[in-house]
Structure formats: C-alpha cells, structure tokens
Write a protein that binds this ligand. Structure first.
Ligand SMILES: Nc1ncnc2c1ncn2[C@@H]1O[C@H](COP(=O)(O)OP(=O)(O)OP(=O)(O)O)[C@@H](O)[C@H]1O
Ligand SMILES: [Mg+2]
Length: 288
C-alpha cells in the first residue's frame, strides 16, 4: 500500500471503523493489547464485519497487533490517536480539513489545518516516548497503566491549559482553538523561529519576551515555560515575538525560571551583544 498522509488515512476511516478504533482506544486503558474476543463482545458486530474493519485499521497503521494467549490483541498507534483527534476536532467545528505537515519534532508532529472559515490554523499532535518509550519508562519510573497514550494526551491537555491562561491574560502565544486526545489546535503564527531571524530591534524583542515570561509567572500561578529558547520563540512578520511549545511547563520552580532566562539572555548577548543582569530580570518577573 502506498504511503498515505495522515489526512488521507483519516478520511478513509468511516463511522464503523471509527467506532472500533475508539473502542480499542478505550479498552487500552485496561489491556495493553485488547483481545479480539473482548472487542467483539463489547461491540456485538458480526465476525466478518469486525475482521474486515480490524484489517483495514491495521493496514492503515492505526492499530498494531500482537498474539495474546491464543488470540490476537489490538492496540491503538500514534496515527490512530491522531485520527480520533482529527475526527473530534471536526465534530467540535474546530478543524475542517487537515493540511500538510510542517514540522516533525522530538515529541510532536505539527500540521497546517483549515477551520470552517477556511482560515489556516495549526494542529500539533503530541507524541510522548516515540523514540525511546523504554527509556521514558525507566527515567520517569512509570507503571504500565501510565503508559505513552496517557502521557501523550496529558501533554496535549497541559499545553492547551497553559495557552488558555496565557491568552486570557494577553500574552503573545498562539490562541488555543481546541484540544482533543493528543492534539492541540491553535492560531497560526506566520513568521520564523527566533534563531532564524535577524532582528533589527533586538532590545525591544527581548523586553517583550521578558514581559511575556512575567505574565506567565504573575497571572498564571507562577507558570514557567521550562524549555524557553530561540527555537521556541516565533517572530511574527510584524516583528512581534510569540512563545510556543508549552507542554513541559512547571509551576513555582525558580531553578527552571533561572534556566529559561539564562538561555534567552545568553542568546541575545551572543548574537546582539545585549547585556542584562539576570537577577534584576528575575526580580522584575517575580514582581519583587
Ligand atoms: N502556532 C504556530 N504557528 C506557526 N508555526 C508553528 C506553531 N506551532 C508550532 N509551529 C512550528 O512547528 C515547530 C515545532 O513546534 P513545537 O516547538 O511546538 O513542537 P516540538 O515538539 O517542540 O518540536 P521540536 O522538537 O522541533 O521543538 C515550530 O518550531 C514551528 O516552526
Ligand atoms: Mg519546540
């Protein structure tokens, strides 16, 4: 089978396929691989019908399978989760059509999308533990039940909640438009990452970044970004800086705040020879 895009795969998923996929997802909280017999009991479909649907979902790589005892078990894949998210964002009137992929990051895939007024939006599909699930498991010491599906969805929820508070407090971040499963739909910021931009007003931009870090801290319960860098700041075409990529935020973590600011101040110092005293900046952010 040719390699289909995510949008193409999602459009091939009909109502019955969707129902089976959603059921597998739900049962995955109890079973690492959901046995065939459990699926058929739950859905009450004819054998022939269910087998056909499962084969289709498997061919579209929306589920993976493994032998469990004497039968086959099924598990939703990241692409399967993406598909549930696309359908739900559509039902919620957030996303009319998914577009092309614009970025494949370590922990997410970012796509263009179009809303119901045909405006361009961004859909970010989180993917936790894609490269090394085993390591994440080891590092975070998670048990099976708190597996990558749950962590991935939690990341989307965390990013959406941060963007919501920040937007309500007039910070320069993409406006959140909706969240479903592992996906966050948000405003499209047309521009480039800070590291790819030559600023002609670097002092102003740095001031604006700092004042956004301050809004997060002061108005969103001591929210700290946690991965602030020239890669996670977009410079819009009119020169306004936007802070993106929020899932790893922490609250009331002074070491992390210090690290975020060190990164940014170092970048502006190195590239634009601007010097700011970090303690003064931190006092300003904390309102002391
Ligand atoms: N709202 C947006 N508007 C425009 N472009 C965006 C938006 N959100 C994300 N992008 C693009 O997608 C890229 C990756 O997004 P983001 O940093 O949120 O994800 P990530 O998982 O951290 O990816 P990476 O590992 O590459 O940092 C960004 O560098 C940017 O180019
Ligand atoms: Mg990023």
């Amino acid at each position: 089978m040719a390699v289909l895009t995510l949008a193409e795969r999602a459009s091939l998923v009909g109502p019955l396929d969707y129902k089976v996929l959603k059921t597998i997802y739900e049962l995955n909280s109890n079973y690492e691989y959901v046995p065939y017999s459990v699926i058929i009991n739950k859905l009450g479909l004819l054998e022939r019908e269910l087998k056909e649907v499962l084969l289709k979902l498997y061919n579209l790589k929306l589920v993976s399978k493994e032998k469990v005892l004497k039968e086959t078990g099924y598990r939703i894949t990241f692409a399967g989760l993406d598909t549930l998210a696309i359908k739900k964002l559509y039902a919620n009137k957030v996303l009319n059509k998914l577009g092309i992929i614009i970025g494949e990051g370590k922990e997410s895939n970012v796509y263009f999308g179009y809303d119901f007024s045909d405006e361009t939006i961004i859909v970010k599909f989180h993917r936790v533990g894609r490269t090394s699930y085993k390591n994440i498991r080891k590092i975070r010491g998670i048990k099976y039940k708190e597996d990558w599906i749950k962590l991935t969805i939690e990341n989307a929820e965390r990013e959406f909640s941060a963007l919501s508070c920040l937007t309500n407090n007039y910070a320069n971040v993409p406006k959140p438009l909706g969240q479903a499963y592992n996906a966050v739909a948000m405003e499209y910021i047309q521009g480039n990452e800070l590291y790819r931009t030559n600023l002609n007003n670097p002092e102003e931009v740095l001031e604006e970044i700092i004042s956004n870090v301050r809004i997060a801290y002061q108005y969103c319960g001591k929210l700290v970004h946690g991965d602030l860098s020239e890669y996670n700041i977009l410079i819009r075409e009119d020169g306004k800086p936007y802070i993106i990529d929020w899932p790893q935020w922490k609250k009331d973590d002074e070491d992390l705040l210090f690290r975020d600011l060190t990164n940014i101040l170092y970048y502006f110092n190195k590239k634009y020879e601007i010097y700011k005293d970090i303690d003064q900046v931190i006092n300003y952010i904390k309102g002391e």
